[in-house]
Every structure is written in C-alpha cells, then in structure tokens.
Design a protein around this ligand. Sequence first.
Ligand SMILES: Cc1cc2nc3c(=O)[nH]c(=O)nc-3n(C[C@H](O)[C@H](O)[C@H](O)COP(=O)(O)OP(=O)(O)OC[C@H]3O[C@@H](n4cnc5c(N)ncnc54)[C@H](O)[C@@H]3O)c2cc1C
Length: 413
Amino acid sequence: MTEMHDAIVIGGGPVGSFAALILSKLGKKVTVFEEHHEIGIPNHCAGHLSINSLRHLGLYPLPRKIVENEFSVANFYSQDGFSFPVKLSKPVTCAVNRELFDKYIFNKAQDAGAIFNLNSRVQSLIIQNGFVKGVKVNYNGSKKIFKSKIVFDAEGISSRLLKQTKLVPLNPKKLVFSVNAKVENIKNLQSNSVDVYFGKDYAPGFYAWLIPTKDETAKIGLATNIGNPNDFLKKLMIKHPIASKYLSQAKIISKEFHSIPLGGPIPKLYLNGFMVLGDAASLVKPTTGGGILFGLRSSIIAANIANMAIDNNNFSSDILRLYQINYMNAFNFDFLVMLKIRAFLNSLSDNKFSKILRFCKRIGLNNSIRNVNEIDLQGRTLLKAILKPEVSITLFYLLAIYLQTFYIRHNIH
Ligand SMILES: Cc1cc2nc3c(=O)[nH]c(=O)nc-3n(C[C@H](O)[C@H](O)[C@H](O)COP(=O)(O)OP(=O)(O)OC[C@H]3O[C@@H](n4cnc5c(N)ncnc54)[C@H](O)[C@@H]3O)c2cc1C
C-alpha cells in the first residue's frame, strides 16, 4: 500500500523548506520534493533582506558565512545621475548568500524531521473528487505516486502544477524579466550602501541594483518589462553616469536569468487538500520584487493551518481557507499600497522621476526617515511615517504629480 504522508511540499526553495521546518516542528510527517540535485542551486536572486523581518521570523542573526554584508545607506539615482541618499541610523538590510541561506533552512528542516527527496520532480498533482490527494513524482527516471493529506505548492514562479488546478495562476502580464550577476573588481564603492538606479534607458518598468558584498565584489542586476535584460546590463555597466564609474572595469563571474511577478497575490491560495505558497502564489513585493520574506510568512501561516487541519482530520477548503484569510488580514494593506506605488512608478517619465528625487532632497525627506527600521512592510511603514511633515508634504507632491499624469493620460482638461 502507498504510504500516507501528513504533508507533501513541492519545491525545496526557502519557502518550501521553511513550511517543512515549521510543520515538522509541530510534529507532523513532511516530505519535500525538489527537482534539482542540490538545494540552493541554481541561484537567481540578490538576497537583499530586511534584518528586522528576518529577526521576527526567528532567522536573525544568521551564521556569519551566510551574511555577505549589512547596509545602513541606500542611494537612489534618477536616469540623469541625480542622487538621493538615504542614511539610516543603523543597518536595516543585509545581503545573504542565497545558496547558503536556502541550505540553512533546509538543514534546519531536516533536523526537525522533514524528509527531502532531491532529483525528484513532481510531474502532476493527484486530484480525486475535488481533493488534491498527492503527487506523481519522476524520481531518478522512474515514476512514483506519493499520497498525502495536504500538498503545499512552493514550486516558485514556474507554477506549472498550479495550472493543473482551477486556481488562477500569476498574471504573466505583470512579470518583469531579470538578470542577476556576481561581479568582481569593483572600484570605489561604499561598502555599507546599496545603489538603486531608475530610468527607462537602463531598466524600463523596474530598476537596477548594485549590492556590494566583500573584497571588491558585488551583486548587480536589473529587471525590465521589455527587451533583453542582458543588453540593458551591458549598457548599465558601460554607459550609466554613476554605475559605470564602479563597473566599467568589473568582471562578471556568474549570471542568472529569471522572472519576477509584480502583480500581487493570486486571487485564491487554496483548494481542498492544497495550499499555494511563496512565488507560486505571487507573494512578492510589487515595489522591489522581494519575495523571500513574504513567502516565508506564507509558510508559517500555511503550516499552522495545515497542522490544525491534520489534527481535525479535515483537509477541506472550509479549514484551509483560513490560510488565505489570515495571510491577507496580515498583509493585504501592504500589498495594496505597494501595487499603487508600482503603478505610480511605472506611470512616471524619467524627467518626472528626477524632479521627485530633487524635491525629496530639497525638503530633507532623507533626514526625517533616518530612524526607519522596517523596509519590508511598506504599507504600514508609510502609515507610521505620515505624521512627519516632510513625509506628508512629499505625499501631497506625489499626489499632485499622479493627478497631473492621470489627467494628461486621459486627456482631461
Ligand atoms: C533577479 C532576482 C533578484 C531577486 N532579489 C531578491 C531580493 O533581493 N530579496 C528578496 O526577498 N527576493 C528577491 N527575489 C525573489 C526571490 O528570489 C523569490 O521570491 C524566492 O526565491 C521565492 O522562493 P520560493 O521558495 O517561493 O521559490 P523558489 O526559490 O523559486 O524555489 C522553488 C523551488 O521549487 C523547485 N521546483 C519547481 N518545480 C518543481 C517540481 N515540479 N518538482 C520539484 N521541485 C520543483 C525549484 O527547483 C526550486 O528549487 C529576486 C528574484 C530575482 C529573479
């Protein structure tokens, strides 16, 4: 007879492994299938994370070898090279080595009792009478069926298996296409600051980043909603008025391409016996493309609901819908604000963006946000900051620009 698992997790990325860790700690029998032969490889991600959020998730401090750097400064640049530096009173973000970060969570999950099967690609879901009851796996060339009470889909952005269900997958029109590279021989870069470059000539529809790691090495990358990200990267390194100063002599050591979903959460995150987590559910910040922390938060909530469902021997939507309710109660506001910010940023011309940065610098916005320590939950961070005069003036200014752009676009006089 086929063995029955409490939960099966599809995907050994950070989100799948974290869900396995939490549920295993709650005493449940969890099996993870990962299609690659090693956890954390290939790595497509910059690994730039909020320290405060990591701490809240019980993941900070991390072992020293995983943390490549900590940052208290962010420099925002408009296309013409105008800079708006934000210097915070203490380090607020860090860069992690994604391969080691993924392996760290994987090891913790294994120690808690989760079983990992590498080289094991889930080919399809087993769906019977409207319930997801397990998975069909291609394991080293042979096909096997594994049954479980609940299946977590943490397969990342490909969301191939999600398409087998009636759930609406992530919106392909809201994807941006990215390149993330490791470079060495970087010159004159401030080691405690992250650079963010805006402008349609270099990263239309998103932005480019430069994240120093150690010993004149850095991670650079960008995403775009049109064209080939690799062409934009070459241009950034050679032609950008600021980035080229650091990067024109740099050597690319490795390079990965991947997409980032910016459309906000998919409409429904569960079915009978099934929950969708992390990138597969598009739980990614529409502003920055950061998906690790919002994905890890989905793992915690989903694992706790799964635990309750297993204890009650009820794996139907009646219980699993609490996953979506709890997640959205906690983060819907942040997603709504971030979606608005993304739409606003996409509507701006480079000229307008540059004007906004100049305005922010003129009124000293950077000084009034010196003590911000959470950059992840952007809706509530904005809400907290709104009482500061510089922030509210900036919001009025942005509103004026938004209305101006809206009227011009819709030809209203
Ligand atoms: C260029 C770039 C830069 C980024 N930078 C940041 C950043 O700085 N900070 C941040 O927070 N986020 C960042 N992100 C986003 C971040 O990488 C993702 O949000 C995160 O990896 C999501 O984790 P996940 O576990 O949901 O998915 P993934 O990390 O994609 O893991 C999914 C796993 O499932 C496996 N899998 C897929 N299908 C199957 C199957 N059928 N059977 C078995 N296994 C399967 C895959 O092999 C993979 O290991 C970036 C993304 C990109 C592209």
